[in-house]
Design a protein around this ligand. Structure first.
Ligand code: NOJ
Ligand code: MG
Length: 549
């Protein structure tokens, strides 16, 4: 498929480009704090460890760090079950460490985002302890309590994302409470004004400290149907008695409710009181629904996370179509974004294979919009096989037959070939792969052919060229193997050609002639080559070409 309107800019692209902020032009790097660098030898990564690696991140060329939760937590879901939103878990360090991290990050002209988990707390949070203590305490309605149906059965058929039904009977209060995730993660009742106030206060606390924004956990879950109506079965799901896996029902009443937008708007309004802070939403929804989280007047999330590269099959035509659909669905001032990995999904090198990892990186860092990368992807870390008796992720443990433990994508960063790969001087909380002696930062940093060198060069070229970080986007070509597009800013034009297949491919546009120089190729030797007309690509090859003006 050859696109004919290649040089037309949409009005969305033009207007969104009139002023650019750091979160539009920069690159976000997600750190899973347990696994980045352990400074005190307890086998778990910590804030001091992260501080010690800031020079590395600066050298790599990323602009913003997002930390998965580092707050007080019983760790039932590794920190996504928070018992004090304003306190740092001692495993990770102290508030002083966090202050130091923030100032060190800012000192390097980088930004720091925290993970905001507003949908649920830990069942050990004082709010929940109070709420469950009686039916008439001041916080009794802060969570979603229900008597159950007549006869004592569950209030409705809602299922937990982590398996089984989503209601837990509380002996103390003699009622059920709703938990979309673990039973140790009761959902807050966001319809309650005091809950809203408490959460906004907490956000203010961090914004006052100077954090540059939040990644908001499960944003689309925050509010549920007021009548708690049953969710309908998903097409092809088993009979009612066996509907116990989350995807057996369509979560039409438990997620993505119209009222959620009021909440996001409130969060955004608060964020707007501060300079250049960003509100990112974790949202797994189809594109048409996802883009509603920008808000009708662009007054909700700055960046509703776009997970298409994580969820779609690695198929050139499907991905090309999704890019077009996404570009077309964005509201006039909505800024796009792309994500290639996170702590919940298999790593890109495992999902599409090592051979495609550089192609994927080239796509992530040259599509229009803010890219989010996941620690370790820059060295091609793969999912680490975790023996069954070492699984610690509750998602894996609760549903052993589905093989969906997230541990493999959360393993320690591979820094060097020393014991524990330089991550810790003691046994890490999750094992390393057997090949860490070969796949690590130290080995790759001076190797011209490595994944790390490729990432670093790409990040640098992206930073230096406005066309790549804020330029317009226009599709050029797509077929079963290739995706090609142009990024343009002023007189600068870049052609990106990606071969998503392992076989050789020809880029042979009929209507236009492209002439230029390869600035970066997935094959090192391509650098500097002149290209003209028909371009022959190797399997798994990607090219970044500066077009002659
Ligand atoms: C989404 C987070 O990314 C995931 O790790 C967590 O388990 C759930 N939300 C529940 O907080
Ligand atoms: Mg530690």
């Amino acid at each position: 498929m050859e696109y004919t309107t290649i040089m037309e800019q949409t009005s969305a692209q033009t207007s969104a480009s009139s002023k650019h902020l750091w979160w539009q032009s920069g690159v976000i790097y997600q750190i899973y704090p347990r696994s980045f660098k352990d400074s005190d030898g307890d086998g778990v990564g910590d804030i001091q460890g992260i501080i010690s690696k800031l020079d590395y991140l600066e050298w790599l060329g990323v602009d913003c760090i997002w930390l998965s939760p580092i707050f007080s937590s019983p760790m039932a879901d590794f920190g996504y079950d928070i018992s004090d939103y304003r306190c740092i878990h001692p495993l990770f360090g102290t508030m002083n460490d966090l202050d130091k991290l923030l100032s060190e990050v800012h000192h390097r002209d980088m930004k720091l985002l925290l993970d905001l988990v507003p949908n649920h707390t830990s069942d050990q949070h004082p709010w929940f302890l109070e709420s469950r203590s009686s039916r008439d305490n001041p916080k009794s309605d802060w969570y979603i309590w229900h008597d159950g149906k007549e006869g004592g059965s569950l209030p409705n058929n809602w299922l937990s994302v982590f398996g089984g039904n989503a209601w837990e009977w509380d002996e103390l209060r003699q009622q059920y409470y709703y938990h979309a995730f673990l039973k140790q993660q009761p959902d807050l009742n966001w319809r309650h004004p005091e809950v809203q106030e408490a959460m906004l206060d907490m956000m203010r606390f961090w914004l006052e400290k100077g954090v540059d924004g939040f990644r908001v956990d499960v944003m689309w879950h925050m509010i549920k149907d007021e009548q708690l109506r049953d969710n309908p079965p998903a097409p092809g799901s088993p009979s009612e008695a066996e509907q116990l896996s989350y995807d057996h029902l369509m979560p039409v009443y438990s997620t993505d409710q119209p009222e959620v937008h009021d909440i996001v708007r409130m969060m955004r309004a608060l964020t707007n009181e501060y300079d250049e802070r960003v509100l990112i939403g974790e949202i797994y929804l189809p594109i048409d629904k996802l883009v509603t989280y920008y808000g009708k007047d662009n007054d909700e999330s700055h960046l509703p996370f776009n997970f298409q590269l994580l969820t779609l099959p690695w198929d050139a035509l499907q991905i090309a179509a999704a890019i077009e659909e996404y570009e077309g669905a964005l509201p006039p001032d909505g800024w796009p974004n792309w994500v290639l990995g996170n702590h919940d999904k298999p790593r890109i090198s495992s999902r599409v294979g090592i051979a495609q990892a550089k192609v994927a990186a080239l796509m992530l860092l040259t599509l229009r919009g803010t890219p989010t990368m996941y620690y370790g992807d820059e060295i091609g870390m793969r999912d680490v096989p975790i023996p069954l008796d070492e699984i610690v992720d509750p998602q894996g443990l609760n549903m052993p037959d589905l093989d969906i433990s997230r541990d493999p994508a959360r393993t320690p960063m591979q820094w060097n070939n020393q014991p524990n790969s330089g991550f810790s001087y003691n046994k890490p909380w999750l094992r390393l792969p057997m090949n860490f002696g070969r796949v690590n930062v130290e080995m790759q940093k001076d190797d011209a052919y490595s994944q790390l060198t490729f990432y670093r060069a790409l990040l640098e070229i992206r930073k230096e060229n406005a066309a790549l970080h804020i330029g317009s986007y226009a599709p050029v070509y797509a077929d079963q193997q290739l995706i090609a597009y142009i990024r343009e800013w002023g007189n600068d034009r870049f052609l990106i050609i990606l071969n998503l297949s392992h076989r050789t491919a020809y880029f042979k546009p009929k209507s236009t002639t492209y002439k230029g120089t390869v600035v970066l190729g997935t094959e090192f030797e391509r650098g500097g080559m002149q290209i003209e007309n028909i371009i022959t690509l190797g399997g798994d090859e990607g090219l970044l070409i500066r077009l002659q003006s």
